[in-house]
Design a protein around this ligand. Sequence first.
Ligand SMILES: [Zn+2]
Length: 253
Amino acid sequence: MDIELPAALSHAYLITGGNGARRAALAKRLAAAYLCEGNGPAPCGRCRHCRKVAGDIHPDVTVLAPLPDKKEIGVDQARALRADVYIRPNEGRRKVYLIDPADSMNPWAQNALLKVLEDGPAYAAFLLLAEEPGRLLDTVRSRCEPMPLPPEETPVDPELAEKAEALAELLFAGDEFQVAKGLTALEMEKPKADQLAALLAAAEDRAAGRLARDPARGARVLRALKTCRENAVFNPGPGHTLGRLAAELFQDA
Ligand SMILES: [Zn+2]
């Protein structure tokens, strides 16, 4: 699932979490968003800038990575980038620097970039991708807005997904009676403890996706699901776990 990009973009982001491919995909969307000149929310995906970013041929997007025979991004590379920053953009409104992986910059390289990260020209934007952000200097990290990717969604089987969807919807929209009835039906299926835990976890994901619809109810649903999922580990038995779910959900409603 794509994470939502902020409407107003900061000049530097530190992209962490997920895996290398997901970080790179998010960085590409952000790069397109900086340069997009389409109508509506950026990136539009259709304007010439978006198309060039997608094709890796936009002249105002520069990728900084270790040289082919090196593990680190060295200080010379960082200095070259720093000099390039002050050359105005070619075609776009912005110049975007993708540093991937940023945690492969050695400390000298990181230090060389501090100044442009702090007060480079307004058109310059920096996307630092890191698997281990702890390897970056505090001074580098503090100059970037954090943009963590959510953990990988584990693939769920379609039946579980459907049940989780139905459960999330029930907890979100049902009144106390409907919820009790639905949970009793679920209990009658006698799910095993691990099946139940998987269902509650998947329902938690689904409920999180509905948060915007009703934040107050959503927060209660998420809390109830989480409490019961953790509880399920200690108290095997669907009756106990599901009974607790309803109680948690309506206790202070
Ligand atoms: Zn566009």
